[in-house]
Ligand binder design. Structure first.
Ligand code: PMP
Length: 346
């Protein structure tokens, strides 16, 4: 939104229109140009601001939401934070059922924004009554005047990105984008953005990023939901143990899987090379770019856009904690002393 003198009515006016920033050093050995769509510039510091605002405004337009009503969602943290932020401004109650895998910082941030939080076990199946899906459903049934956002199964999640992220990237690249690399969790970001971009130019390649331990890549390739693919992993917000209806698998050309360890190191590398303090899945997306580059998937005149979904501050107790990295064994293969930049003067 254009505003005179950069003065805004409230924080929601700042949702979307995030910058596209050229990557320079991390891609210096690479074959073509790479740009990051840096979603941390949203007021809630992630791409989820877009869907929170869009879905709530659609519900208001349809007369489903009235002031004082309750917004309920299952969330790995970011969607919850964005919904809580929109609820504060618009006067709704916000209840969030989150996975116990979410970082402590993320859960504290939700509380700071006034949300009521239920922390549910991460490693139970989606139909277990303790899972965050079932807890959210139960609360929705129990609370009158509540709306369940249900981002994994809500077409509006795709529409939000079709109406904002897609057009922004098309305009920012002046239609020159050749590849989009985006993490897939609910699939809303990649599906909506891809739909818009492919309508403009069907030759644009859409590459989804998935985690080892998630079913998405195999489902895309075989249309088979293979439970044997599922095991616990550490990256939050990427990959899934079910098939989300908010993912348009047909629009995605290929999926790349990335490991927890490589993604963590790449997230740290983005900060050190590009001065961008971004989240774990940004590291995952960049790691996928590296793997694609190594496989010779890009050529000289390509323009690759990679989406960095959120801000690094959410991961201080994880990826950006040396203690946590060490506990995961992620430092086993690197020279920790050489990487050490803190010196304690005694
Ligand atoms: N990164 C992070 C940090 C997220 O929270 C999410 C959302 N689950 C994603 C990436 C993936 O975005 P989407 O749900 O639109 O696929």
């Amino acid at each position: 939104m254009e505003h005179k003198n950069q003065v805004f009515d409230n924080v929601l006016d700042l949702v979307g229109n995030t910058p596209l920033i050229k990557l320079n050093k991390i891609t210096s050995e690479c074959s073509c140009e790479f740009f990051a769509k840096v979603e941390a510039f949203n007021p809630g510091h992630s791409s989820k601001d877009r869907i929170a605002l869009y879905i709530i405004e659609q519900a208001e337009k349809q007369g489903i939401l009235k002031p004082g009503d309750t917004i309920i969602e299952t969330t790995s943290g970011n969607t919850g934070f964005s919904l809580a932020m929109v609820s504060v401004i618009k006067g709704y109650d916000c209840i969030l059922a989150v996975s116990s895998k979410s970082s402590a910082d993320k859960i504290d941030m939700l509380k700071t924004m006034g949300a009521k939080v239920y922390v549910c076990p991460a490693n139970v199946s989606a139909d277990d009554p303790r899972s965050y899906y079932q807890v959210a459903k139960r609360l929705h049934d129990e609370i009158k005047g509540s709306v369940y956002i249900n981002q994994y199964f809500n077409q509006l999640n795709i529409d939000a990105h079709y109406n904002s992220t897609g057009p922004e990237i098309w305009k920012q690249t002046e239609g020159k984008i050749t590849h989009l690399v985006a993490c897939s969790g609910t699939g809303g970001t990649i599906s909506g953005t891809a739909k818009y971009l492919k309508e403009k130019n069907p030759n644009i390649k859409i590459i989804g990023v998935d985690a080892f331990g998630s079913v998405l890549k195999k489902y895309h390739e075989t249309k088979e939901f293979d439970e044997k693919e599922i095991y616990p992993y550490r990256i939050e917000g990427l990959g899934k143990n079910l098939i989300p209806a908010a993912t348009d698998f047909d629009i995605i050309d290929e999926f790349v899987k990335v490991t927890d360890e490589a993604s963590a190191h790449t997230a740290r590398e983005i900060a050190k090379t590009e001065g961008m303090f971004v989240g774990y899945t940004s590291g995952a997306a960049m790691q996928a770019v590296k793997q694609l580059e190594a496989d010779g998937k890009f050529s000289k005149n390509d323009m690759v856009v990679v989406i960095f979904p959120d801000h690094g501050s959410r991961y201080m107790s994880k990826v950006y904690s040396d203690k946590w990295m060490n506990e995961q064994g992620f430092f086993d293969s690197v020279n920790v002393e050489a990487a050490q930049t803190i010196q304690y003067i005694k």
